[in-house]
Design a protein around this ligand. Sequence first.
Ligand SMILES: Cc1cc2nc3c(=O)[nH]c(=O)nc-3n(C[C@H](O)[C@H](O)[C@H](O)COP(=O)(O)OP(=O)(O)OC[C@H]3O[C@@H](n4cnc5c(N)ncnc54)[C@H](O)[C@@H]3O)c2cc1C
Length: 381
Amino acid sequence: MNFELNSDQKMIREMVRDFAETKIRPGVMKRDHEGRFIDELIPGLAELGLLGMLVPDAYGGSGLDNVSYALAIEELARVCPSTAVTVSVTNSVCQDPILMFGSEEQKRKYLPPLAKGEWIGGFCLTEPGSGSDAGSLKTRAEKRGGKYILNGSKAWITNTHYGKVFVVIASTDPSKGAKGVSAFIVESSSPGFEFLPLEHKMGLKASVTSGISFDNCEIPAENILGTEGMGMRVALTTLDGSRIGIAAQSVGIAQGAFEEAVKYAGQRETFGKPIKDHQAIGFMIAEMGTEIEAARLMTMKAAALRDAKGPGLSRASSMAKLFASETAKKVCDAAVQIHGAYGYSNEYAVERFYRDARVTTIYEGTSEVQRMVIARSLLGR
Ligand SMILES: Cc1cc2nc3c(=O)[nH]c(=O)nc-3n(C[C@H](O)[C@H](O)[C@H](O)COP(=O)(O)OP(=O)(O)OC[C@H]3O[C@@H](n4cnc5c(N)ncnc54)[C@H](O)[C@@H]3O)c2cc1C
């Protein structure tokens, strides 16, 4: 067993860390306070190849492995979780399903502009009435001649107002329930496609999230991903991979908050010494560091397993996502505690990390859903 990164992976980590420190960190607090999307960072992210990391060179991507991808997402989240989620979504839930399930024609048409960052992508599974119970979705896709007509709405979709291409899961045969669901590539310029107003979120304020309405939205029949009835397989296979990205985002958030806490604990004095010299604070730091290390190892194991195309990816990525997201929540809470009143102020980064961490146990499958996936796998059901 080898825990060493290879030289390419180390280089990616250093490159992204440098970009995050020099280009992202300077505006991170302002963008959060103003709730302003990270559009000014998109050209730089594209130039580094971070908007098409998993796509092979032949389709205009960087052709990185999943370990490098996880390292990059962690480094972005360590400074700005909003940037990390924007990057993770276009890579792993938009480009990845096109790569895994798309025809050669679809790959040639959609992957190069997405991978080069000319277009941003998203993924539409959740609806106002269905999240965890995704199979009960109501958005309908009916085939009429050479087109599918979409009707319905999606909720809580990341990368909307700036997005151009969305992988949309809709029902082509409601009588078959989850087995009658299909996946489509949908362009936001399609007739009948409308972005709904942005959500006012607790955190991730520099990322965009909104609903989408489909009102007789017309898409070419050839934009189906795979065949009719394959939609749930497309969605679940996609999420098995993308949860590694959310686990990595969670590790990055925890690491960012941890570093702030260590710094503050060395500066703040009470009872005549820095608070880091009080054993209670030292033990909190020890616990935080240990849990981050465990979360990172689980995330890297899942990423390496995906690279090796090994068995048990679904369980490994669910375990990593569950543990890392719960760790992010705990570590950020402790980081706020270590800051005392200052941790409750939006002048301090830990307040932002605390808000940003909260969603990681909710999106791309809640912690309860991860436990269901893991239990099913462990119990052989
Ligand atoms: C900022 C943000 C960005 C998002 N981006 C996207 C996106 O890009 N694309 C997309 O499709 N979706 C996106 N989502 C939606 C997200 O994936 C869903 O919110 C999530 O899957 C949970 O669904 P829900 O909110 O409907 O909760 P529900 O499914 O209604 O669950 C409510 C509660 O009940 C629990 N629960 C549900 N069923 C069970 C059960 N059987 N046993 C035990 N507990 C259960 C849940 O764990 C949760 O605690 C995003 C959400 C947020 C907040």
